[in-house]
Design a protein around this ligand. Structure first.
Ligand code: MG
Length: 652
């Protein structure tokens, strides 16, 4: 009985689709003289568009000369998560965002305007349809038509309920209040989301094409919708940043994958021209992307690589100059030097923390483009092949990232510092801050970003994680930095005492000069100088990882009692009158996830133009060793005298 009911329901679904009308616009959008479309053209010219649509479907089902590097139908895999997204989508429970789990249900009659939490990302990313490709993979792996039927229904439902109404371009970028239909268009058709669908539709097209639910009429609707997307993205390209890169790459994809459109050559050219222009603009000479975010950085590498691989598999690599690939390679070298041996990344700016599985997957993709680069191969294979970089510590002075590194394996000590220009949208006001990773443990994780923007509460949370005082750096009266333009005064990446001197004119009349010493590949000495006529309270802020940390307000020290064997002691030698205060402490490595941690500030009244100087010693160690006794002082000759358990070391 159940089977009969199911069959009846399937037939009903089929009938609904077969009742669809052919979208005749498609025949004017296609170049009917394109090789292979002869029968389509002939049928169309005799006025039999039903036959023309059927011929078009036959053409696409037999087409073999166009491919995408993103999908290999002979080697499909579906993760447990993707299977869940595919199955939940059958009930209209849509996977939209990792930060909002479990996923929300959008109703039997899908409400594409449903906005259960007023975080812009939740509303935007609904329109990326992230569950469609998993449905397609589930379909191909199981041959169960329920996935194809439901996908086609949802696809058509989205098109019907989210018509493209032209709104002023600035509404997409300025996040102004838009009313009426424009309110929905602002989310559903933001160019970034539209571009996401544009690219992902290629995968859906390939996966669902063999299904009887992919009817000739549906094909005409699909292609017309795809074309509408490409035009819309091109007419509304974002002004800059990673959004523009994503959009250009995806317009290029559309042009490469559907060359039958009259406009396809123009789409391809538009994508390539923008990527060629922007790779010069958005990437500093040292290889850093200008949003100064080590999560968007690899995302941008992937954009540039995808475009190149699409060109390779379809034979138009020569449309990119050689310098394009050289820049990508420089971006990869930049990235490998700023990540930790366990493949995690510092969470500066709005970065989320990557993981070994995903990051190693990136390197494997990159290795396909740069097979001769032994360093990329090293990271692609977890060190089994290739060679680790010959250098240890490395500085990137254009983008202002510096890594002190004792090695490339899991026993290494790595401090990464952010001290560069203001950067673009994702960059935070955090000049001079650092993370410290020792033997697999991140002892000073960056605050991260927690959320992006939305209503007042969401934005308030974002601002807390973003603010200067939530970082390991110096502030004046707890305020955010007014200027972000660090200048590197010295960078010495080798020897027993390695050194970085960086200076940022953070506030009117207050410059922060920060000197890092990496001593004996073991511990760190940081000299902070607050210079200038500004008066008020100078705060030196430090935040550790989670776990037990003992605070000694007399000694101005922090001593960890973490689980596991990696420990740290931090002690500050500060000007007279400095008090130590425990602060609210959190860090975030993923959207909407945060972990409490110890945070302190050392606060000193500044009443004159006299420079305030602090020396902080950060001493990581492995138990069963004990926390050392530490003293430190500055001499007049700009030398630091440090003692560790009575053993003196003069550093300059
Ligand atoms: Mg941060």
């Amino acid at each position: 009985m159940k089977r009969i009911l199911l069959l009846m329901m399937m037939c009903l679904g089929m009938n609904l689709l077969q009742a669809q009308t052919i979208d005749r616009d498609v025949f004017s959008l296609l170049n009917l003289d394109y090789p292979g479309l002869e029968k389509v053209k002939a049928a169309h010219e005799t006025g039999d568009d039903a036959q023309a649509a059927a011929e078009l479907l036959t053409y696409y089902r037999q087409r073999t000369d166009v491919s995408t590097p993103d999908l290999d139908t002979a080697r499909l895999t579906l993760s447990k998560r993707e299977q869940q997204w595919a199955d939940e989508a059958l009930e209209h429970t849509f996977y939209v965002h990792d930060g909002y789990q479990p996923s929300f249900n959008y109703g039997k009659d899908i409400n594409w305007k449903y906005w259960p939490v007023e975080d812009n990302e939740l509303r935007w990313q609904l329109h990326r349809h992230k569950w469609f490709t998993p449905m397609g993979k589930a379909y191909r792996l199981t041959h169960d038509e329920k996935y194809a039927q439901e996908w086609a229904l949802q696809y058509a439902d989205w098109v019907k309920k989210n018509p493209l109404v032209q709104i002023p371009k600035q509404l997409y970028e300025l996040q102004d209040e838009a009313e009426g239909e424009a309110e929905n268009v602002r989310f559903a058709w933001r160019p970034l989301e539209a571009s996401h669908r544009l690219a992902d539709q290629i995968n859906q097209f390939i996966l669902f094409l063999p299904s009887p639910h992919f009817t000739p009429a549906f094909l005409t609707e699909f292609l017309t919708n795809d074309h509408r997307h490409a035009l819309h993205v091109m007419d509304n390209y974002s002004a800059e940043g990673n959004h523009l890169l994503f959009e250009a790459q995806r317009v290029l994809y559309a042009g490469a994958f559907f060359p039958e459109f009259k406009d396809a050559p123009a789409w391809r050219k538009s994508g390539i021209d923008i990527l060629n222009r922007e790779i010069k603009k958005q990437v500093y000479p040292d290889g850093g992307q200008y949003e100064l975010d080590l999560h968007y950085h690899p995302a941008c590498i992937n954009i540039f690589c995808k475009a190149l691989r699409m060109a390779d598999v379809n034979g138009f690599r020569k449309e990119f100059p050689a310098s394009y690939a050289d820049t990508i390679e420089r971006m990869i070298v930049f990235y490998m030097n700023l990540c930790y041996p366990d493949y995690t990344n510092p969470c500066f700016s709005d970065a989320k923390r990557g993981n070994l599985r995903v990051e190693q997957g990136y390197y494997r993709e990159w290795a396909k483009l740069f097979p001769d680069n032994a360093q990329i191969r090293y990271f692609a294979t977890g060190g089994k092949e290739g060679t680790a970089p010959a250098n240890l510590s490395k500085g990137f002075t254009d983008s202002g990232f510096f890594a002190f590194r004792s090695g490339w394996d899991k026993d290494a000590t790595v401090m990464v510092i952010k001290a560069g220009p203001k950067g673009e949208w994702h960059s935070q006001p955090d000049n001079g801050t650092f993370e410290l990773w020792v033997h697999g443990k991140n002892l000073f994780p960056d605050s991260g970003s927690y959320v992006y923007e939305g209503n007042e509460e969401v934005t308030r949370l974002r601002n807390w994680f973003r603010r200067t005082a939530s970082h390991n750096t110096l502030t004046l009266n707890g305020q955010n930095l007014e200027n972000r333009q660090s200048v590197t005064r010295k960078w010495q990446a080798d020897g027993e005492v390695q050194c970085l001197v960086t200076e940022n004119p953070g506030y009117k009349d207050l410059t922060h000069r920060r000197t890092f010493y990496f001593v004996d590949n073991t511990y760190f000495v940081i000299v902070d100088e607050a210079m200038g006529n500004a008066t008020g309270t100078v705060n030196l802020n430090y935040q550790t990882c989670d776990g037990t940390v003992n605070i000694d307000r007399q000694a101005l020290s922090l001593t960890s009692a973490f689980e596991g064997d990696v420990q740290v002691k931090l002690q500050c030698f500060a000007p007279d009158g400095t008090t130590m205060k425990e602060e609210e402490g959190w860090y975030s490595v993923a959207y909407r996830q945060r972990t409490p941690r110890t945070a302190v500030s050392f606060n000193t009244p500044k009443t004159s133009s006299e420079t305030l100087r602090y020396v902080t010693v950060i001493y990581p160690y492995l138990s069963p060793a004990q926390a050392p006794d530490i003293t430190a002082r500055l001499t007049d000759g700009e030398e630091v005298i440090v003692t560790i358990d009575g053993k003196e070391r003069r550093i300059k």
